[in-house]
Write a protein that binds this ligand. Structure first.
Ligand code: LLP
Length: 418
């Protein structure tokens, strides 16, 4: 499942002791295993081989250039949601014909950038976006492919903040509007309507919701094709859940076994947009214990990483394992593992039974590869941590730790304030 394992009680990433890397780069830092990333990508690729899909890794999950490069080298395309992600995609040299672009709020500048880059698909999420895309395509003399993102009104049975396929969510269009668009394509002469897109949420552990959503969209597309509409692509989104604690998510094979049979006889080219499945368990956040603090009510382990570095526990009350850099025989007790930030929500674990660490010990927040660094901030004027990747038993800094100068980069003190 991943390549972070104990050897002689010390935590290793592939062949390297995490403590050795900490000595070199300091703490906190994110640590990724290239091998795990590739293994997960290949698992999905192999599971879906019958339909030979284009797998567009969802850049938002972890957008570091080195991670993108690993996947692009494997043949992945990229799923983007902003001009910034398009820039990153271009920086790693992905073929623009392997880029798909979703998001409800694409600006004119972003649409223009996508048009000029010649990306494979704009995944359109509203009628007005389609009008704008058509207008900009005309102005720039382009004929982009567009897919309509449909909202199938299916519950993903996941955290409410990461559910996207219900009618009350802002994403996608209902089937009636989508049908209207395909039958009124002459209103969008500069756009080639060639696909359907569906993505119902994230960290989905059960194939049921996927199946209902994809079936609905498949039947819709087959109906359209029967009426002479030229649909070539079906993008079934991302959303595959992973193990954080004791979840039993469908494996790539189980997922494929459920959906491939309903896709393979459609003649449609299939696109997948996984993020978390590929990088989630391929990364950890390594932090050092600053203080162990006992109060009347609680025991706190105060570490040098905080919610600015990793916000999932705070934002979603997400469970992440917290493991020691070195296993000890110290007595176990219940601790809150907290950061240094001035917020009560600044925690990685609450009431967690674990061996009492000594100050200076390392802890690893596990399964932090997805939506970790990519959601980090500079809150409390904290510098962002560095990122390290293990490649073939060697570690490489793939992003330097920020310094104080980075914190004020771009800020201006107006002369009027002197
Ligand atoms: N495609 C679209 C259109 C998406 O919006 C997303 C994620 C994905 C693909 C990739 O989903 P994945 O395979 O990673 O589940 N910050 C949250 C997750 C937000 C997901 C946003 N969209 C978290 O930390 O759980």
């Amino acid at each position: 499942m991943h390549d972070f394992k104990y050897k002689n009680n010390r935590l290793y990433c592939e062949g390297i002791a995490v403590a050795e890397i900490a000595k070199k780069v300091g703490t906190p830092f994110y640590l990724y295993s290239r091998k795990t990333i590739i293994d997960h990508y290949r698992k999905l690729k192999t599971a879906f081989r019958e339909v030979d899909p284009l797998i567009c890794y969802s850049v938002k999950a972890n957008s570091s250039l080195a991670i993108l490069k690993v996947l692009v080298n494997e043949g992945a395309g990229l799923d983007i949601v902003s001009g910034g992600e398009l820039y990153r995609a271009r920086r790693v040299g992905v073929d623009p014909k392997r880029i798909v672009y979703a998001g409800v709020g694409k600006t004119q500048t972003e649409i223009d950038a996508g048009l000029k880059a010649g990306i494979l698909f704009f995944n359109v999420e509203s009628l007005n976006e389609l009008y704008l895309l058509n207008q900009r395509a005309g102005a720039l003399n382009k004929r982009p492919y567009a897919a309509i993102r449909v909202n199938p009104n299916v519950s993903a049975r996941t955290h409410k903040y990461i559910t996207t396929g219900r009618h009350e969510n802002k994403f996608g269009l209902d089937f009636t509007t989508a049908r209207w668009i395909f039958f009124n394509s002459n209103k969008f002469p500069h756009v080639r309507l060639r696909g359907l897109h569906v993505h119902i949420g994230s960290q989905i552990v059960n194939s049921g919701p996927f199946l209902s959503a994809i079936k609905k969209v498949r039947n819709f597309v087959v109906g359209l094709k029967g009426l002479g509409v030229k649909v070539e692509y079906l993008n079934i989104g991302g959303g595959l859940g992973i193990i954080y604690k004791d979840e039993r998510p469908q494996t790539a094979d189980e997922y494929a076994r459920v959906v491939v049979p309903i896709l393979k006889d459609t003649g449609l080219k299939i696109i997948l947009e996984p993020g978390r499945f590929i990088v989630g368990n391929a990364g950890i956040l390594v932090t050092r214990v600053s203080y162990v603090k006992q109060t009347k009510n609680k025991n706190f382990i105060i570490v040098d990483a905080g919610m600015s570095d990793f916000i999932r526990p705070t934002l979603y009350e997400a469970y992440h394992e917290v493991l020691p850099g070195t296993k000890t025989r110290a007595r176990t007790r219940k601790f809150d593992v907290v950061g240094p930030i001035c917020e009560t929500g600044d925690f990685f674990a609450l009431n967690r039974k674990m061996a009492e660490p000594a100050e200076g010990n390392l802890l690893a927040v596990m399964s932090a590869g997805a939506y970790g660094f990519s959601m980090s901030s500079n809150y409390n004027s904290r510098v962002k941590p560095c990122e390290v990747m293990v490649v073939a038993k060697k570690s490489f800094v793939i992003r330097k730790r920020e310094g104080c100068k980075d914190l004020v980069r771009g800020e201006v003190l107006p002369t009027a304030l002197k």
